[in-house]
Every structure is written in C-alpha cells, then in structure tokens.
Design a protein around this ligand. Structure first.
Ligand SMILES: [Zn+2]
Length: 385
C-alpha cells in the first residue's frame, strides 16, 4: 500500500511535467504554423510579382490550408484572374474554396456566386446555369435569377426564361409582365414561321392579356390577322393599338394603310393617322398619311403637300428629300444625281437607335441585338430623336 502511494507521489509531478511539455510543444507547433503561413503568402506574392502565376496559386493554396483566414485572399485572387480573362485559374480558386469543409455559409454562397460568374464570363453557359441554380435560396438569389434569365434569353429558351421571370415577378423583384409578354410573342413568331397560325394567335392573345399596355402583342396580332386574310380584324387590332399605346403607332403605320385600303376604311384610317400626327409629327405617320391621300386622290402630287407642311414644323432632310423626288427642277437633267446624293445623306437618319447603348439598325428591334435590353428602341427614326 505504501509502495503504491509513493508511486502516486512520484507520478503526479511527472504527469504535470509531461502536460507542461505537451502544451509547450503545441504552442511551438502553432507558432511554427503561424510563421509558415505568412511565409507562404510572401512566397506567393513573390511568384505573382515575377508573373509565375501558377506557382503563386499553389503557394496561396498552401497558405490557405495552413490558415483558414486567407479566404479573402482567395476571393481577391479569383476575381483578379476572372478580370484578366484567366477563367481556368479563377474556377480553380473558387472550386478549391468550395471544397473546404470549414467555410461559413455566407462565404460558401459567395464562392458559388463567384464560380458562376467565372463560367458566365468564360461562355460555359451549361456550367454557369448549373452553378447559378445552386444559388436559389441564397443571398445571391436575385442576381443569380437575372443571370439565368440572360442565359435563357440568349439561347432563346423562352419557356425556361418565362419560368424564371414569373418567379421573379411573384417574389416582387420587379414588374416582369412586359417581358413575359415578349417571351410569348417570340414563341408565337416561331410557331407562325412554321405555319402554325392558330397556335401562334393563341399565344399572342395570351401575351396581350399578360401585358395589355405593351404594344408588341397587338402589332404582331394585326400582322398575323392580315396574313390569315382577316384585314378587318387586323384593322380593329390596330385601332385598339392607337388607343392603348399611341407612341408605337408609327411602327404599324404601313400595315394600317394596307388593312384600311383592303377594307375600304381609308377615311377612318386617315382621320386616325392625322390625329396622331398632330399630337406627334412622326415621319412614319407622315408617310402613311401621304400614301393614303395619294391613293384617294389617285395622284401623288396631293400627298406631297404633306411633306411641305411637315417641313414647316420640323427641318427634316428625310421629308425634304421625299418632296424633292416629285419636283421638277430648272435643270431637270441633273435631278437623278442630286436625288441620289440626298437619299444617301438621308438614309442614316431613317435608322432606329437603341436608347440604352446607341446601336443603330435599319429595322426596329424589341430587344436590342447590341446590349440585349428590351424595349430600348423608340418607335421614332434617328432624325426625330
Ligand atoms: Zn442597345
């Protein structure tokens, strides 16, 4: 018994000693690691300054393994690589972050978002879509949905785009009704191009119900009705357009003339066009008024007075060129050359221009081919802007 007690007396200090030694050892190891981590940063920085970026990344990865606090350094690096167009490296950095088990939820979402941006910038849309879908329910949900919408629009996947837009609309992330109507119109046009006219019409009517204030569905519907041999219906649709969205009437002015002439409603169309022309003296409305007047009077000379009236209000090269085309000059033999030069000069003025990016085009676009913005083309020509 005594013998055992003496062992305990001896053992206690020994245990203390061992514990003290172990704690010293841990501390030394910790200091060693802390010293090692800054060393890895500097090694990485050195590589970076020497433009040895692969080695720099390896050094930084080593640093982050030794010290989890280097997360910010990884984000900075990843963004740097993405900005430089080095998408593989950006992906590598962000995937490495995501593979770590000790990452906070906020940092994990941030890394997932950064990874999605890498794929987007690299043009790897399938992988970007997958990465963005993982952000549903995260702090980046709104941004991710916008990016997904852009992907689906670019690939003309209108049902998927509609699904996202509807979710954003329901979550009150903005009013997406006009955009949803555009998607329906796009699908309707695709059907109409394949001759499926009744199905196209059903979609256009749905688009009209989705966004009654938007002009596109009415214009496309009138075109479709005219194509189906229903000029009366088309004329009625355009009259409704003039009521609901008068600013867009110039886009449909030639069709209005066509349907009015076909249905014997030229006087009504003329009154409608003149009324809107008085409110907004647009070149397309002017052109339609001239066409109807000339057809009525059976002579182009009557219509041409409208160009002079327009010139009294607006100093328009387009209108002046059109008026001059029907004029007889003192030196008539030079008229063709003069006319050609004027028409050449007036041509760029008849283009449409995107209000968001300034991209100009001969035809009107509902979505700008330059910057992908919807409804950024006013229904007015460059000369009228
Ligand atoms: Zn644009």
């Amino acid at each position: 018994m005594e013998f055992d007690l003496s062992w305990i007396f001896l053992g206690l200090p020994l245990a203390f000693g061992l514990g003290w030694f172990a704690s010293r050892f841990d501390l030394r190891q910790m200091r060693e690691e802390n010293r090692r981590a800054p060393k890895a940063y500097f090694k990485g920085l050195n590589y970076l300054l020497n433009e040895q970026q692969d080695q720099a990344i390896d050094a930084f990865i080593e640093a982050v393994q030794n010290d989890p606090d280097t997360t910010e350094l990884h984000f900075a690096l990843g963004n740097l690589f993405r900005r430089r167009g080095e998408y593989n490296r950006a992906v590598r950095v962000h995937e490495h972050l995501l593979s770590r088990g000790d990452l906070s939820r906020a940092d994990r979402e941030r890394a997932q978002h950064a990874l999605a941006l890498d794929f987007l910038k690299a043009g790897l849309l399938d992988r970007a879509e997958d990465a963005l879908r993982r952000l549903e329910g995260s702090a980046f949900e709104g941004q991710a949905r916008m990016a997904l919408l852009a992907i689906y629009e670019r690939s003309r996947d209108w049902p998927q785009a509609s699904d996202i837009a509807r979710r954003m609309h329901d979550a009150q992330q903005g009013d997406f009704s006009t955009r949803l109507a555009h998607y329906l119109c796009e699908q309707a046009l695709a059907l109409a191009a394949h001759g499926e006219l009744p199905a196209a019409q059903a979609l256009l009517e749905q688009a009209l119900a989705t966004a009654p204030q938007a002009p596109r569905a009415r214009i496309e519907l009138a075109r479709l009705q005219q194509r189906q041999g229903q000029p009366e219906a088309a004329f009625d649709t355009l009259q409704a357009l003039a009521q609901a969205a008068p600013a867009a009437l110039p886009l449909a002015a030639p069709l209005l003339v066509e349907t009015a002439t076909a249905t014997g409603q030229a006087p009504q169309a003329q009154a409608l066009l003149q009324h809107h022309y008085e409110v907004m003296p647009s070149l397309d409305l002017l052109e339609a008024v001239v066409a109807l007047e000339a057809a009525n009077a059976n002579t182009a000379a009557v219509g041409r007075e409208w160009y002079v009236r327009h010139l009294e209000r607006e100093p328009s090269l387009v209108a002046a060129t059109k008026w001059l085309a029907g004029e007889t000059l003192t030196h008539e033999q030079f008229h063709p050359q003069i006319q050609r030069a004027l028409e050449q000069a007036a041509k760029p003025l008849t283009r449409y221009r995107c209000a968001a990016c300034g991209f100009e085009a001969r035809q009107h676009f509902w979505q700008c081919p330059g910057c992908q913005t919807w409804d950024s083309y006013p229904a007015r020509r460059v000369e009228e802007l």
